[in-house]
Design a protein around this ligand. Structure first.
Ligand code: ZN
Length: 162
């Protein structure tokens, strides 16, 4: 277990689609442990593997009700919508109001490779949608209109040069 370095925009790994985990191996379980440690160290409520430089479909979330670990997560149900302010550990210094589904159904594998299927709403649903976005290389700034996106990129590039 270790606290890993979190990649920041515009690192290309953050903009890439991550690959499916075919078989859950010990190294993936180790990665899950380190991701949880890294997330807690940075006081985040979620983290996706590409944020620590690993292009695999693995996410961790903890909104204060205990850790959730998901490998190859997919959303199979969406209901309602809600707009809420979001930040991201890979995008220091910016927050954006993002419209997302209020309730979702999701599935994925746990650390033993067993199928997990559940439903979530509110903050947990939002966190899962945010982290799955990372696996598709989609960052918060993707949701901004083109003019705001240019402005936000400028802020991010400035902060990454410090
Ligand atoms: Zn994020």
């Amino acid at each position: 277990m270790a606290v890993l370095k979190i990649l920041k925009f515009p690192n290309p790994i953050l903009l890439r689609r991550s690959r499916v985990v075919e078989i859950v191996r010990p190294e993936d379980r180790e990665l899950l442990d380190s991701m949880l440690e890294t997330m807690r160290f940075n006081q985040g409520i979620g983290l996706a593997a590409p944020q620590v430089g690993i292009s695999k479909r693995i996410i961790v979330i903890d909104i204060g009700r205990g850790p959730i670990e998901l490998i190859n997560p997919v959303i199979n149900k969406r209901a309602g919508s809600e707009k809420w302010e979001e930040g991201c550990l890979s995008l220091s210094g910016i927050t954006l109001k993002i419209k997302r589904a209020k309730r979702i159904g999701y599935k994925g594998l746990d650390r033993e490779g067993r199928l997990v299927e559940a439903e979530a709403e509110g903050l947990l649903a939002r966190a899962i949608q945010h982290e799955i976005d990372h696996l598709d290389g989609r960052l918060l700034i993707y949701y901004a209109n083109p003019i705001k996106r240019i402005y936000l990129k400028r802020i991010l590039l400035k902060s990454s040069c410090l």
